[in-house]
Design a protein around this ligand. Structure first.
Ligand code: NAP
Length: 291
């Protein structure tokens, strides 16, 4: 029997209006899991700003937030660029005042064996996932410290932060940095009333999944049978976790990374299954210096 399905979309774990009068910035909030998180904040009364690069993604995010009855703002922002991030927070502050919540969700990823990964590919992913998370957190944190206001940050991570991520050397290293950064900032900024937590999704298929991930051989083949939970995660389950972490009911939780994956990352076999090298898993031929 699989783990039970969660309550239906539109249910909330927190009291209605929990975030009324509060605003939140969700980076990458126009697609996939970021959009699900943005919607849940909106449903609970927050005004939500979606920040990313593509106009299409931004309008998707706005539509989803407004459909949930929320107030939405879209700001074009590349989180790799400190000036762009400054302008993001200037815009939100001018519109709604200083946002009380930051969800560092934006990321980029593509699978490739490390020996085939270009230095530029590695740098780009680290720039978005780790450096972007720092740049956004820094801008947000400095404004709250100067203002003397309490705030909450949630950094979206991945379980290969602990285990390493064969086929994802760039993203796994960056997410390990994000987990570590979460712990450092929680301690440094606790005295200012700023909580910093991590939230790690397990297998969460969604309609916006990029081709590079969707195309991984075996991806989404019989997901249910491949998880101890007997099912994949439902994006709304992450929305509930993120809103809980930012709520007053989590006011003594900081520096923690919450894994929402039905115990998938803890799985081990009684016997060692045959090892398949990453190149082979990805259907790549023999390595060549010329390729
Ligand atoms: P996704 O749909 O690919 O969304 C990534 C978002 O990041 C996009 O909206 C993109 O928007 C934005 N983004 C990328 N580069 C950016 C930049 N330089 N500046 C600003 N925004 C940028 O990803 P997802 O699957 O929803 O994943 C969301 C989070 O969960 C990520 O942190 C991911 O690592 C994590 N996660 C996901 C899974 C899963 O099963 N899906 C599992 C583990 C962890 P633009 O293109 O408009 O910039």
């Amino acid at each position: 029997m699989p783990l039970p399905e969660p309550p239906v979309l539109g249910s909330s774990a927190l009291p209605a209006g929990s975030f009324t009068g509060c605003s939140a910035v969700v980076t990458g909030g126009g697609t996939g899991l970021g959009k699900a998180i943005a919607v849940e904040f909106a449903r609970l009364g927050a005004s939500v700003c979606v920040a990313s690069r593509s106009a299409q993604h931004l309008s998707q995010g706005i539509a989803a937030i407004e459909d949930a009855g929320g107030k939405a703002l879209a700001v074009t922002c590349d989180i790799r660029d400190a000036q762009s991030v400054k302008e993001l927070f200037d815009t939100v502050e001018a519109e709604w005042g200083l946002p009380g919540i930051l969800v560092n969700n934006a990321a980029a990823n593509f699978p490739v064996p490390a020996e085939d990964m270009s230095p530029n590919g590695f740098r780009t992913v680290v720039d978005i996932v780790l450096n972007g998370t720092f740049t956004c957190s820094r801008e947000f944190g400095r404004r709250h410290i100067a203002n003397g206001s309490a705030a909450s940050i949630v950094n979206i991570g991945a379980s290969y932060a602990w285990t390493g991520g064969p086929g994802f050397a760039h993203s796994a290293a960056a997410k390990a940095g994000v987990k570590n950064l979460t712990e450092t900032l929680a301690v440094e900024w606790g005295p200012y009333g700023i909580r910093v937590n991590g939230l790690v999704p397990g297998l969460f298929p969604h309609e916006d999944e990029v081709e590079a991930i969707r195309g991984v051989p075996g991806r989404h083949v019989d997901d249910e049978a491949r998880c101890p939970a007997g099912r994949a995660g439902r994006p709304r389950e992450l929305g509930w976790a993120a809103t809980f972490l930012c709520s007053p009911f989590a006011s003594y939780i900081s520096g923690h990374t919450l894994v929402v994956d039905g115990a998938n990352w803890q799985r081990r076999s009684l016997t060692q299954p045959a090892f398949v090298p990453v190149r082979e898993q990805m259907g790549r031929g023999a390595f060549s210096l010329e390729a």
